[in-house]
Design a protein around this ligand. Structure first.
Ligand SMILES: *[C@@H]1O[C@H](CO)[C@@H](O)[C@H](O)[C@H]1NC(C)=O
Ligand SMILES: *[C@@H]1O[C@H](CO)[C@@H](O)[C@H](O)[C@H]1NC(C)=O
Ligand SMILES: *[C@@H]1O[C@H](CO)[C@@H](O)[C@H](O)[C@H]1NC(C)=O
Ligand SMILES: *[C@@H]1O[C@H](CO)[C@@H](O)[C@H](O)[C@H]1NC(C)=O
Length: 557
């Protein structure tokens, strides 16, 4: 190990830290049972890059690959290490179970190579979609990852120091199985599902009594009828909701005011685990609080006589994590008097909901940076696309969620490829694209499956006392003359938005005169070749320089 690296070793503890500290590498998996080979990764939807960090307890060469079959046959491989002559790294391709050959086109960029404390830490990046036939095509499907390493820097046969693991890189759902897992289940019991296409059932209840604060870290669906349970949401209630009930939703009951989303499940989704430094707070001071479980039953065949017991299983721990998780509901205000319709026979009609976070400070002060890590997008049957634009100083800087092929029957919480920071003053614009070609009447915004919704639930930390930030165009300003569809679309886009912000006590603040900004085109998934004038040392040196500089600053303070 070169001497100057020794100096860095104290710093590595946090530069290579887990979830919390490295927003660009939010995901982590050990690739072997002995926990010698650890992969962290993250990706940037806008740039189209994926970054990997492979940490192996070895000072020899290390290798990582993406493989069609889980072995070396036609695998896309990178190998590197830190040797006597400095760092080495290259992109390889294996024809079969033999020494891989260097790729003519080097599609991976080395970002840093560090050897420290018996470990090699190799950080590298490629385009998600490269132009090289020999590179593995990364899709949001489980992919067989392979690894191997040696005990020296002479790349050679790995013997038993190799393995494979299947991981979905682009749609990753971490899943731990803590040995002492405690959970409770919130569910409806033997309710009769009416023979109606759409039915929302609400159960207002208390959680088991926990005198001390706990954190929920895993939410699992517990579903009896997979064919009709469409989505479930758990909301917390304001303090004036203090009676349990179990009946149809949105009938003017007090629990209709419970609108702070705590947990959710959508059809097609599985269990959902939170980042390891975060948890949903329950118990303690708020232990007398009521919660509302809302189950949306979708019964298109109008089947009769179904009794259902479904709900959510919530795993919790008394080992509190660093941050409380919050869920911010953004998009178009789903209920309210001011109706506006999506016109019939439209191939692509866009609706917009805005959230101007500069208004938050009027309810909560000070407002911290919100770290958004997951999103659940929600429309009804006419929804075809949902995009969540993230704006700063009037310019779009990113997306907080994009689904170009929205499917009502596939609504799951999606982890973002990196943790995205929403700063006070940033704006969030949710754009929903609808197709109403098969409809003859206006489609209204509302709760029924045949109405429409346009929502994005943003999961973030640290939690602030704001539960929803939605808007509606001020249609009172719309002249009643019927406009042509295109004209109507642009009229709607230019109407001032009325914005509604609500807190956990469920009181709304209303603001006028917001406006819809244009959301940029989704970056096209064209292939990109990575620039590989491979600069093995300089790039990490730069990074190390930055670390040293910030350490100096800390020392000066
Ligand atoms: C790998 O190395 C790190 C740092 O030296 C050490 O903390 C960890 O216990 C090692 N893991 C194994 C499985 O040997
Ligand atoms: C629900 O129905 C099942 C089967 O009939 C029965 O065993 C169970 O006790 C019922 N649960 C409640 C809460 O009524
Ligand atoms: C919001 O609710 C709280 C508690 O119920 C109340 O004290 C406060 O005045 C309300 N604020 C507004 C703006 O209505
Ligand atoms: C958000 O609020 C700020 C401050 O009030 C304002 O300058 C800005 O125009 C608003 N943005 C939108 C999109 O309405």
């Amino acid at each position: 190990m070169p001497p100057q690296l020794g100096f860095l070793s104290i710093l590595l503890a946090w530069t290579t830290g887990a979830w919390a500290t490295d927003h660009n590498l939010p995901f982590m998996e050990y690739l072997d049972a002995d926990r010698v080979v650890c992969l962290k990764w993250g990706f940037d939807e806008l740039q189209g890059d994926i970054t990997f960090q492979l940490t192996v307890n070895s000072t020899g060469w290390v290798g990582f690959g993406l493989s069609p079959q889980g072995n070396m046959v036609r695998a896309d491989i990178v190998m590197g290490g830190y040797g006597p002559a400095g760092s080495y790294f290259a992109d390889y391709y294996a024809e079969g179970n033999a020494m891989p050959l260097k790729d003519e086109e080097q599609s991976y960029n080395l970002l840093s190579m560090i050897e420290n404390d018996g470990q090699t830490i190799m950080t590298f990046q490629r385009s998600i979609k490269t132009c090289d036939e020999k590179d593995f095509h990364i899709t949001p499907q489980p992919i067989k990852l392979i690894y191997a390493y040696g005990v020296t820097d002479d790349i050679g046969y790995h013997r038993s120091r190799r393995g494979t693991k299947e991981v979905n890189l682009l749609n990753y759902m971490p899943r731990s199985n803590p040995p002492d897992a405690k959970y409770f289940t919130l569910k409806v019991e033997n309710i009769t599902v009416p023979s109606k296409k759409t039915y929302y059932h609400c159960k207002v209840m208390q959680l088991p009594d926990l005198p001390k604060k706990h954190h929920i870290y895993l939410v699992e669906p517990d579903i009896e009828h997979l064919d009709i349970v469409h989505h479930m949401l758990l909301y917390h209630c304001p303090s004036f909701v203090n009676e349990p009930y179990d009946k149809q939703c949105y009938m003017g009951d007090v629990g209709d005011a419970c609108f702070g989303v705590v947990a959710s499940w959508g059809v097609g989704g599985g269990a959902y685990e939170l980042p390891e430094n975060t948890g949903i707070p329950i118990g303690g001071e708020s232990s007398d609080r009521f919660y509302r479980l809302e189950i949306h039953y979708n019964n298109p065949q109008e089947k009769e006589g179904i009794t259902d017991s479904s709900g959510l299983r919530l795993y919790y721990t008394d080992k509190l994590r660093q941050h409380d998780v919050g869920v911010l509901t953004t998009g178009v205000l789903p209920v309210g008097q001011m109706q506006y319709g999506i016109p019939p026979r439209a191939t692509q009609f866009h609706s917009y909901g805005i959230c101007n976070t500069s208004l938050f400070s009027q309810l909560v002060n000070p407002i911290p940076d919100l770290q958004v890590f997951s999103v659940l997008l929600h429309t009804h049957l006419a929804g075809r696309k949902v995009r969540v634009g993230h704006f700063r100083n009037g310019k779009q800087i990113d997306f907080l969620g994009v689904n170009e092929n929205y499917d009502f029957d596939m609504q799951e919480i999606v982890n973002l490829g990196s943790i995205k920071t929403v700063k006070p003053g940033d704006e969030i614009i949710v754009e929903c694209t609808y197709n109403t070609e098969d409809r003859t009447k206006d489609t209204l915004m509302g709760l029924s499956t045949t109405d429409e919704m346009c929502l994005a639930f943003l999961f973030y930390y640290p939690a602030v006392d704001i539960t929803s930030c939605t808007s509606r165009p001020n249609t009172l300003l719309l002249s009643t003359t019927t406009a042509q569809p295109d004209e109507y679309q642009s009229l709607m886009n230019n109407l001032p938005q009325i914005q509604y912000i609500s807190d956990a006590r469920s009181n709304y603040s209303v603001y006028r005169d917001g406006m819809v900004r244009e959301v940029m085109k989704t970056p096209a998934a064209v292939c990109k070749s990575t620039n590989t004038a491979s600069r093995p040392c300089s790039s990490w040196m730069l990074k190390a320089g930055g670390i040293i500089l910030s350490l100096l600053l800390v020392a000066l303070m």
